[in-house]
Write a protein that binds this ligand. Structure first.
Ligand SMILES: Cc1cc2nc3c(=O)[nH]c(=O)nc-3n(C[C@H](O)[C@H](O)[C@H](O)COP(=O)(O)O)c2cc1C
Length: 222
């Protein structure tokens, strides 16, 4: 079976209710209840083949990257074998040693050297959280100037499921290229979790990165 046809796992069995402890900003945890439905297809209608599919969590250069480890635990609870990939700027926000211990995989940042073997298993799906203004626009332009971009561009070409969570500040969100990029990604079948009313740099209440919504979205396909 091709990689693009592997999308959903059956870990947990029919009727299992999975209670994922997910993230809030101030309190430690809230509970998300998601009923697992084995065999539920992604948008492309394909069904799972692997008992533990691989999820790449790609972290870009913004403060929410510092909480990727908490999301990794949620994704693992949903049955995914998770590997973290960071952009060079995203890596500045990460505790790489902790993430490697948590996932059992190296945290990849740079392209491998010629002749080196791949160290990560191939991905069945990808999450980009946070996705910076820069990465969102580069993705639509097909630019592979970092390992993360190369993996994402390949994933689009393969038709893998991708969830992108853009996190520009308010001025960047109003840049005309950004809106076009979000629209294009959605047209290509990428799931984009984006609320222009909840962004860093707004007056009033501080923005809250939508980890909970992301966990729910991932849970639909787990
Ligand atoms: C402290 C700090 C916080 C930042 N926060 C954000 C952010 O929340 N959203 C964003 O789009 N860019 C943010 N940036 C800018 C990006 O890190 C910068 O555009 C970088 O080139 C993005 O690279 P990447 O997309 O490869 O991770 C921040 C930069 C710094 C230094």
């Amino acid at each position: 079976m091709s990689r693009s046809s592997v999308a959903v796992r059956t870990v947990g069995g029919p009727g299992l209710y999975f209670f994922a402890s997910a993230l809030t900003r101030t309190t430690s945890l809230i509970t998300i209840c998601h009923r697992k439905t084995p065999g539920q297809p992604w948008k492309n209608g394909l069904v799972p083949a692997s008992p533990q599919s691989v999820l790449y969590v790609i972290a870009c250069g913004g403060p929410p990257a510092g909480r990727v480890g908490e999301f990794v635990r949620v994704a693992q609870g949903l049955g995914w074998d998770v590997a973290v990939v960071a952009t060079p700027d995203g890596a500045k926000f990460l505790d790489i040693g902790q993430l490697q211990e948590l996932t059992g995989h190296p945290v990849r940042v740079n392209y491998k050297q010629p002749g080196e073997a791949d160290v990560l298993p191939p991905a069945d799906a990808m999450v980009v959280a946070p996705a910076t203004f820069s990465t969102v626009n580069k993705l639509v332009a097909g630019i592979s100037d970092t390992l993360a971009m190369g993996l994402l561009n390949e994933a689009i070409g393969l038709g893998l499921p991708i969830i992108v969570v853009p996190w520009p500040n308010v001025p960047l969100s109003r840049h005309p290229a950004f809106g076009r990029s979000v629209t294009a990604l959605r047209e290509w079948g990428v799931t984009v979790l984006y609320d222009p009313e909840n962004l860093p740099g707004r007056d009033g209440d501080p923005a809250t990165f939508p980890w909970e919504e992301l966990a729910v979205e991932l849970g639909k396909h787990s």
